[in-house]
Design a protein around this ligand. Structure first.
Ligand code: SF4
Ligand code: SF4
Ligand code: SF4
Ligand code: F3S
Length: 333
């Protein structure tokens, strides 16, 4: 039975500039330490940063299905526990001092884990490429998880648009896990409940930025209310339109956006001659963020050129984020 959902008065919105994310995982750890260190949550990362292209976390989440097609909720698959990875240790002594092949112990060697394929990317040298893709619950405008729950346990808050799971109502049905095309609700086998990113709502209610944004080492993240015309999220999403949702074709209308990595290195040949085309294939970016990437690429290149020439660029100033306070929510009104 679907819960009737009221449109929220405000929408908490996130933007990550993929040109600045350095894959340090500080946001992952900030979230993990704050929210998911309880029983059954060992493999549960509400925030994770994966390498693109790559398997992602949970493994191959992108093809699990779910979301909406022609306005209809799609069932999707529930990832198996093994897709979240198994614990392993790097075999430092064997690898570094004993000349042993392989990189992990114990055997048998696991086939995946969070960040298993970190930094591998794709393509042939010297034009191989990768970038980092941080992921979290998108606090969608059309949350497939919410519609899929048979127990009305999921709701979208009117005051800020954060999507939450009411744990007293959750009976462990796991329909939310299969319906979310981003694989962001996690089933906790110990509590028999689903858990997911809570948008750090206790912090938001106090006008404090979320832990992932506040701790971002690369100053790559912005959070705010998209109706606040002074917020950087408004400027990037609505005014400049350089921040795009991940896999818009999934139909859930995400409220987490990305500035695509269009300022990366250019192609080169084996003699080191550099060409105009970027190493990261445009088709890969269009597959993730839709056809709008091309226009964003042009606009960012144009605005960057202004800065190079010493001219003013409001867009570049927002993206540079000289004062971290400008990248985070304004006080609640
Ligand atoms: Fe629900 Fe998934 Fe959207 Fe989060 S990303 S609101 S879990 S559908
Ligand atoms: Fe974790 Fe809070 Fe960031 Fe959600 S908003 S991913 S709960 S730190
Ligand atoms: Fe990227 Fe910032 Fe997370 Fe580091 S903390 S991985 S720079 S989003
Ligand atoms: Fe509903 Fe998901 Fe719990 S479908 S009952 S919130 S596991």
């Amino acid at each position: 039975m679907a819960t009737v959902m009221k449109a929220p008065k405000r929408q908490l919105t996130f933007v990550t500039d993929l040109n600045k994310c350095i894959g340090c995982q500080t946001c992952t750890v900030a979230c993990k330490k704050l929210w998911t260190s309880g029983p059954g949550q060992d493999f549960m990362y509400w925030r994770n940063v994966e390498t693109a292209p790559g398997m992602g976390y949970p493994r191959n989440w992108v093809s699990k299905g779910g979301g909406y097609k022609d306005g209809q909720l799609q069932k999707g698959k529930t990832p198996a526990m093994i897709d979240y990875g198994v614990p392993f240790q790097f075999d430092y002594s064997g690898r570094l001092f004993e000349g042993k092949p392989g990189r992990v112990r114990p055997s048998p060697t696991p086939k995946s884990a969070p960040n298993w394929d970190e930094d591998q990317g794709a393509g042939d040298y010297p034009n191989n490429s990768y970038f980092y893709l941080p992921r979290m619950c998108n606090h969608c405008a059309k949350p497939a998880c919410l519609e899929a729950c048979p127990n009305d346990a999921i709701y979208k808050r009117e005051q800020d648009g954060i999507v939450l799971i009411h744990l007293d109502k959750c009976k462990g049905s796991q329909n939310c896990v299969s319906a979310c095309p981003y694989a962001k609700p996690y089933f906790n086998p110990v509590s028999n409940k689903a858990n997911k990113c809570i948008g750090c709502f206790p912090r938001i209610e106090k006008g404090v930025a979320t832990a992932c944004v506040a701790q971002c080492v690369g100053r790559a993240m912005h959070v705010g209310f998209v109706d606040d015309v002074n917020s950087s999220v408004y400027k990037l999403v609505k005014q400049w339109k350089v921040a795009l949702p991940l896999h818009p074709e999934f139909g859930t209308e995400p409220n987490v956006f990305y500035v695509p990595p269009v300022l990366g290195p250019r192609k080169e040949d084996s003699q080191g001659n550099v060409f105009e085309d970027p190493k990261i294939p445009l088709a890969q970016l269009e597959g993730l963020f839709g056809k709008g990437v091309k226009d964003v690429l042009k606009l960012l290149a144009m605005e960057r050129e202004k800065k190079v020439k010493g001219q003013a660029s409001d867009l570049m100033d927002v993206l540079i984020g000289r004062r971290s306070v400008d990248m985070m929510i304004s006080p609640m009104t």
